[in-house]
Design a protein around this ligand. Sequence first.
Ligand code: DGJ
Length: 742
Amino acid sequence: MKNKNVFYKGWLIMFCSTGLLGTGASYAQMVTIPVETAKTAIILQVASNKDLNTIYLGKKLNNPDEYGNVPGVYKQAGDYTGMYNSAYTPAGSRNLLEPAIAVTHADGNNSLDLKYVNHTTTRVSDDISLLSVQLKDPVYDFQVTLYYKSYYNEDVIEQWSVIEHHEKGSVTLQKYASANIDLNAGSYWLRQYHGDWAKEMRPEETELSHGIKTLDSKLGTRADLFMPSVFMVSLDHPATEDEGSVLFGSLEWSGNFKTDLEIDPQDNLRIISGINNYASPYPLAAGQAFETPPFVYTFSAEGKGKASRNLQSWARNYKLVDGKGSRMTLLNNWESTYFDFNETRLSELLKDTKKLGVDLFLLDDGWFGNSYPRNDDHAGLGDWQENRKKLPNGIAAIAREAQSDGVKFGIWIEPEMVSPKSDLYVKHPDWVVKQPKREEYYFRNQLVLDLSNTQVQDFVYQIVDSLFIKDPALAYIKWDCNAVIYNAYSVHLHQNQSQFYVEYVRGLYKVLQRIRTKYPNVPMMLCSGGGARVDYGALQYFTEFWPSDNTDPLERIFMQWEYSYFFPAIASANHVTDWGKQPLKFRVDVAIMGKLGFDIVIDKLSGNDLKFCQDAIAIYNANKPVIWQGDQYRLSDPRTESVASLMYVSADRSSAVMLNYLVNYRYGEGSKRPIRLKGLDAAKKYTISEINLYPGSTSPINGTHSPINSTKVYSGDFLMTVGFNPEISAGRTSVVLQVKTL
Ligand code: DGJ
């Protein structure tokens, strides 16, 4: 009893000192800073002790005055520290939980406190607002500015911080998160992703328990190989496609990241995300600003589908290069030739490109290196001169031939890398990331170049620039990255090795920015031995990404499904290859769930296969605006149903494409019931016809008027309430439907 009294007294004192309750200050009197989008609100509040806290993140309330009631109902008030819900938790003062920021001051002191100074909201456009909140340590000349960039229509927020000080000497940033957000619910359900080469984007969904769950990468490059930074957290129960509250988040950074999800002692969830501080305490000189990368997130109270459409439209509108523009279909030679080709073979492939009807021929790995020719993956990276045996007349000649064949030409590079067997390695060993006194250790027989070094940045930039000098009409670049960083060490950084992982990514972005300044619109595919570098930090410089080297269409249905929660179809490069056992039609039908390409031997196709591909490309060209720019709705989940089904709907809801695939090959499986469509206009009348039919086949959907003359009319209401059966079965494993208003 005695102990209880002591505790109770302490509790009251703490209430008063934190100012969260019991100070007499009402909600209206406290500085309250709302960040609002169409459907979401984040409410920051300055306590009477000047701490900045998050009192609400969720669905916007009808009456803004009621946000003040949130702390009371959620036990936010009166924790031991008064800062469990800090908007940016500083370490070393009162904090007892995972911090967002930890520093060692110039005098060696490890404590930090951050107090509100002021805030400004700038209206960037009709859609975008930028809030900045300045926080300062009362004892040290150390400050942090928090940024909240809100995209009203998309319901998306980007959060980052800028850290600065004017202490006498250098301050070491031990931890420097981008965002520290706070959610309140009865339970929290995390959907996270893991993978490896050819196994990208495998989801796991679990209820979070108390303590910290960490999602992270320490790979340096190819950072997403084992785990991408994308995740979702549902509140109270796992959100479904159309129901439940869920937050999708991701760090816009192509290197090591760390996201901690911690349920605090009051059962609130704190999510702290940023660059991984692993091996990276960062020395910050006085007057220098350290800007963290943005953490992007969206909150939906209408399930996962809405959250994904939020991110997809944000990416198209603001992040991807040319997100509202077009893309080129292509024929790639990687799987048809690997390293084994010459001018004659490439001439044939250019003709095949034309015959197939795609826009561009993409020349993959193996075209360079002379002292150490790139005839397999053991040599040549770094020596970006045409191999004289394979291409005696250079790239310019191939490019000219492409032009006269009426197709565009694109090329593969992997400019961040070096093969130990290369002239570059011999000439510039100091440019290579490796430990000076340790044995070299390789990933795909290669090493990484030190992009923290400006000379290396210039070299990488010039690789790209020289390609445009050789072929000013160069229409496409595939930028690959096949190795992780082992033995992290930079000759260039001397004593500052702990800056390496951060400076590598900054160096990469500087190069990409220079390329984009000179070549703003050239399409570039972000590839990393598959999908090991798919993040919005990199994607701001690219038009598309390569989800995986695994192009087995059955596997791709699952992968593309999960990627689509975070990235729009226009960014997903999907190629038809010889992976998998499914018929060509199935492979093509899966690849159209994004940006279509081919990597097959065209002259080995049967007459019907070739005709099917040619027709499918023409049909795709007619429908790609809806797939690329339309709203995506997931109708039937491959993880729980035998049929995967999804659709893309145009903004005016006048046309849609519905894709249906059999994913369970057991006896008698198929679409046994109608599948409910979504996103249509209930009042509009639609016809449905099956497209992408294999030559000679008829469709039970199109009736006797096959191929396309379906006369039956359905209301949007009917299709969304009762649904439509695509008639998927073992004999019809993929069905593409076109839905159109009369
Ligand atoms: C890995 C990529 O993912 C492949 O598509 C191909 O470009 C190879 N690299 C080439 O080495």
